[in-house]
Each structure stands twice: as C-alpha cells, then as structure tokens.
Ligand binder design. Sequence first.
Ligand code: CTP
Ligand code: CA
Length: 226
Amino acid sequence: ESLWQCGTDLQGRHFVITAGPTRESLDPVRYLTNHSSGKMGFALAAAAQRAGAEVTLIAGPVTLPTPASVKRIDVVDARQMQEAAERAADLCDVFIAAAAVADFRPEQVAQEKIKKTTGNDHDTLTLVKNPDIVAAIAARRERRPFTVGFAAETEKVLEHAAGKLARKKLDMIIANDVSEADSGFNSEHNRVTVIDPNGRTELPPSLKTTLAKQLIGMIAERAFPQ
Ligand code: CTP
Ligand code: CA
C-alpha cells in the first residue's frame, strides 16, 4: 500500500510543500492574489504521504480538503508563508515550492476601507517586493533540503524555467505552460517538463494526481540516490 503509488518508499523522510496563492491585503476589504487553485501542491502532498513520507503542507487561501495524514499549516500572505516555510524547512529532507506567491504586496495596508477620491479618474498603488521563499531556502548553507521549484510560464517556458533553476540555485524545477487551455492554473490537468542540472524530461499531459506520483518518484530518485 505504501509502495505502489510512485514505486518509492519515503518512510522516514520529511517533505515540506507550499501550495496555493497568497493573498496580499490592501485594506480591510480588498486584496491582491492570483488564479492558483492549490491542486498541484495538494496532489504532491498526498502522493508523498502515500509513499510513506511525513508531509507538512503550507497552504495559502484555497478551498481544498487536507490530504489524509498530512500536517497542514494555513497562511494568508507571502510573509506568513515564508515564516512557516523557514520553520518547517529546518527539519525536512525535501522542500517543494508549488505555491504561486504574490511577487509584490501593497506598500501600505490601510486600516480603514480606502475611499474613492472625488474628482480623480486615476489612482496608483505602490507595491513592494515580497521575499522569495524558495530562493532563500535553496541559498541555505546549513540544513538545506533538496529544493524543488515550479515555473508557471506563458511564453519561452523552458528558457524561463531553466533561468529560474540557475538563478534560485534549485535542485529541480518543474516547468508548466499556463497559456494552454485546460492546463496549469485551476485545471485538473497539467503538462510539465522537469529540468535539473543534468537535463530535461517532458512528461505526457496528465491529471495532476497522476503527475504528482511521477514527480514524487523523480524527486525521490534524485534526492535519495541508491
Ligand atoms: N516563489 C517563492 N517565493 C516568491 C516567488 C516565487 O517561493 N516570492 C517560488 C514559487 O513557489 C515557484 C518558483 O519560485 O516554485 C518560481 O515562481 P515564479 O513566479 O514562476 O518565478 P518568479 O521568480 O517569481 O519570477 P516571475 O514571476 O517574474 O516569472
Ligand atoms: Ca512570480
């Protein structure tokens, strides 16, 4: 039962996985976010758990049920996700960043609902950059887990993904083309290419649950070579 899903025994291994969007408040009633559903990260968490791993899932605001026997930590914004990820990563073997973290947040969070200003047809919003969660974990000198990122791209998919693998010093990146209909954000399906320093592997388009088992198997082969 613990072996069939991806042909790997992850008994004794600890995985930390981020999933879903982050939500960055602007005022008490408004926020910035994106279309991530969290499905890929949740599917990875379920697959790793079924293969025997202890799994901590750090989830942004999503409407998905927690996979069986997975420890879930709910967060709202990028800074909360980073705090939870840094703490959990201290004790893990593999860190997988499947979350679609908001790159920026509003510089100011208004205490009261922002009012339309009279006589003004335009307004500007000042944003500040959020911390790069996966890059900080990959840059660790101590307690550095095997670190995996995702790259959701709409063009030059493999080129951008390979750039992120190198720039963030990841061990592996999973590239997906989110411009295709019924693939990526909010879909049950995905089409991905796995890139690591040794090369590329294109996986056939599949259900996210099917891909999750394959990806956990590929991560295990590389993180825990026999
Ligand atoms: N990521 C992260 N923290 C951020 C931004 C991204 O951990 N603040 C992670 C994502 O979870 C993903 C990887 O970095 O695993 C790539 O995210 P992506 O948005 O594709 O890359 P960015 O570096 O943010 O570049 P851009 O959005 O400009 O393409
Ligand atoms: Ca981004």
